[in-house]
Ligand binder design. Structure first.
Ligand SMILES: Nc1ncnc2c1ncn2[C@@H]1O[C@H](COP(=O)(O)OP(=O)(O)OP(=O)(O)O)[C@@H](O)[C@H]1O
Length: 377
């Protein structure tokens, strides 16, 4: 066995420091410019990707912690610098960032789910955030594109305050870690690019361009699952999504209310034109259990089943009802507090149903692979 020198011990320690956004060891990202040991002092220079990097303090603390674990080292002389344009370009190459949509590459292993609804306020964004949380709790690497232009709520539902990091023409999305395990959620939202109190009054081509840029400029890295939170209805974004991610599978969220079924059905049958697959229906806001154990069906009952039956007939293949999420105060409170109910109250029925749906989806075979669409935007 070869003896570890202090220098190799230092490098091994630095290799345990993971860049929180890029999710790779800083030693593999060209971020360690100097690492040497003189006597009992380690001299380390770390290069951050950009000046004003929001994660400076985290990376610095992680480096100090890692070096502190090396027995031979008593002092750390740590310098923080910034990458040059050439070094950043090298990093982009190392990451394989090509400004091409990675999700339509034939070798892509990412499952893409577009979460849609017929109308607003049925819990589509809550379902997206909770499904992402359930996938991340299962150890998966998850991405969310919040494309709900008029109600971008995903960052708030996940408690994200920081925005993306711009590295020249590459955008690095902020990351939310699952409370246990290695799973995480990378989030990009239209809301991160507009002033907080400004409505997004964009026409179709601009929305198309924004979605396209999210797919080409945002460096998600290797994702197991990508979820898109679509605006309600069958508008421009749904059509752009179908064109940019033809193999995306549609998850339709609806309440049990019978009146909601027709609108949800229209959103579902759009898939006939886009040739996408409706992978399942999630019924949300189903009967809630009251403190005395009785149930109250505030939004009626049975809509989810009616919807899957009618979609099955219209689409010509069975569409499963993946689960029925009850109205639950913990779900609303978790969303308001920025922690999805799957993480904040895993013991609730709502959390259990989301977890079950995520499990079903990971075990279901993929939808039809990227078919060309019969129309252009
Ligand atoms: N099962 C549930 N129990 C209790 N509250 C819920 C449930 N599902 C959603 N909500 C609450 O209903 C409100 C609307 O939910 P959400 O924003 O997820 O809907 P949406 O369909 O994404 O709306 P929009 O289309 O406007 O973006 C939120 O306040 C959310 O916390």
């Amino acid at each position: 066995m070869t003896e570890q020198t202090p220098d190799t011990s230092l490098n091994s320690a630095l290799a345990t420091v993971i860049d929180p956004e890029l999710r790779l060891p800083i030693t593999e990202l060209g971020m360690v410019e100097t690492s040497q040991v003189d006597g009992t002092t380690a001299r380390v220079k770390i290069l951050l990707t950009i000046e004003g990097c929001p994660l400076k303090n985290t990376i610095e603390a992680d480096v100090r912690e890692a070096v502190g674990r090396v027995a031979e080292i008593e002092h750390l002389d740590l310098e923080i610098g910034y990458m040059s344009a050439d070094q950043r370009s090298e990093l982009r190459q190392r990451l394989g960032h090509t400004k091409a949509n990675p999700f339509i590459a034939p070798e892509s292993l990412t499952r893409v789910f577009a979460v849609a609804s017929g109308k607003g306020g049925v819990g589509k964004s809550s379902a997206t955030a909770n499904l992402a949380a359930a996938f991340a709790s299962a150890g998966l690497s998850v991405g969310i594109i919040d494309a709900d232009v008029h109600g971008f709520s995903i960052p708030g539902l996940l408690g994200l305050v920081e925005g993306p990091t711009r590295m020249d023409d590459m955008i690095i999305p902020p990351v939310v870690e699952a409370p246990t395990g290695n799973g995480h959620i990378k989030v990009i939202s239209i809301g991160m690019f507009v002033a907080a109190d400004q409505p997004v009054a964009w026409r179709g081509p601009m929305l198309h361009r924004a979605l396209e840029q999210f797919l080409t400029d945002v460096h998600f890295g290797a994702l197991d699952v990508l979820l898109l939170d679509l605006p309600p209805g069958t508008g421009d974004v749904a059509i752009s999504m179908a064109q940019l991610l033809p193999h995306a599978e549609i998850l339709l969220v609806s309440t049990p209310q019978h009146a909601a079924v027709d609108v949800a059905q229209r959103a579902g049958t759009l898939s006939l034109q886009t040739q996408q697959k409706v992978t399942g229906v999630i019924e949300n806001m189903a009967a809630m259990t009251l403190p005395d154990g009785s149930t109250m069906a505030l939004f009626g009952e049975g809509g989810g089943q009616i919807l899957v039956d009618s979609l099955g007939k219209a689409l010509g293949y069975p569409v499963p009802l993946l689960g029925s999420i009850p109205l639950d105060m913990a779900l609303r409170e978790g969303g308001d507090a920025g922690t999805p109910v799957v993480w904040s109250a895993p013991e609730t029925k709502a959390a259990a149903v989301f977890t079950d749906i995520a499990t079903q989806l990971t075990h279901r075979p993929r939808g039809l692979a990227g078919k060309p669409l019969p129309f252009n935007v």
